[in-house]
Write a protein of this length. Structure first.
Length: 255
């Protein structure tokens, strides 16, 4: 069994969290692609009915449309008062399924911490996650880590005006910084027309503190540290599926 098969297993297990009638958040990335195909198949065979989905990137939106998955927007949901009562007022999205680049469990709080944004959609992914009652993360075992930063740099989305000064700011925090490029060597531009700086802090002992520092910096739109936001990890390992639950998770309104 290879990594792609593990991703497919994790995605299929995550889709079990989706029930008919739900509003669903769709993440971005290679594992999410398997989830989209599974959702599409369940819609076609009648196992999933009357769901509406909010994609976290233009890539996911295109794939969902191609696969016949019904989409909506936050604005469309907000207009319909009945949606609020269905979802108990606070959360527009019942469940979001997404992947992650690195997953670690905080030893002190037992919360699930993530690095996301390898696919460049960290801003919209965090918006969707914050609007969700539950965030389910699906990964293969290579993404599990004892500390964030051990395997992955932290993507930091910055406005074009500030890219150079924020690069220096991140360096002042001890990070090795790379401006993300496309395959042709041009700058990578996000769906919101911003740049991404990949900040390699090495092993991050206090990711919550780094998150606070980055949030307070003008010019930084968002970063890829998702601190305590995930409700469940579905990890596909060569010996089987492991489910990790720690919480309650923190979303936009807390718990």
């Amino acid at each position: 069994m290879d990594i792609n098969q593990l991703k497919k297993l994790a995605a299929e297990k995550a889709v079990d969290e989706i029930k008919s009638g739900m509003v669903v958040g769709l993440g971005t990335g290679s594992t999410v692609q398997y989830a989209l195909e599974e959702i599409s198949g369940r819609i076609k065979n009648g196992l999933l009915k009357d769901i509406l989905c909010i994609p976290s990137s233009s890539n996911t939106e295109r794939e969902a449309e191609r696969l016949g998955i019904p989409l909506t927007t936050f604005e469309e949901l907000r207009i319909t008062d009945s949606q609020f009562s269905i979802l108990n007022s606070k959360f527009l999205i019942a469940v979001t399924i997404d992947g992650a680049d690195e997953v670690a469990i905080d030893e002190a709080t037992k919360k699930i911490n993530l690095i996301k944004g390898g696919g460049g959609a960290l801003l919209r992914e965090k918006i969707v996650a914050q609007a969700s009652r539950r965030l389910i993360i699906m990964v293969d075992e290579s993404k599990m880590s004892d500390h964030l930063g051990k395997k992955w740099a932290v993507p930091v989305e910055v406005i074009p005006f500030a890219v150079s000064v924020e690069e220096e700011f991140l360096k002042s925090l001890g990070a090795k910084v790379t401006r993300r490029k496309k395959a042709d060597g041009s700058d990578y531009i996000t769906d919101e027309n911003n740049f991404i700086l990949d900040a390699n802090f090495g092993v991050i002992k206090d990711p919550a503190n780094i998150s606070i520092i980055l949030h307070e910096r003008a010019g930084i739109v968002e970063h890829g540290l998702f601190i305590g936001m995930a409700d469940k990890i579905i990890c596909a390992k060569f010996r089987g599926i492991e489910v990790i639950e720690h919480g309650p998770a923190y979303h936009a309104f807390g718990r």
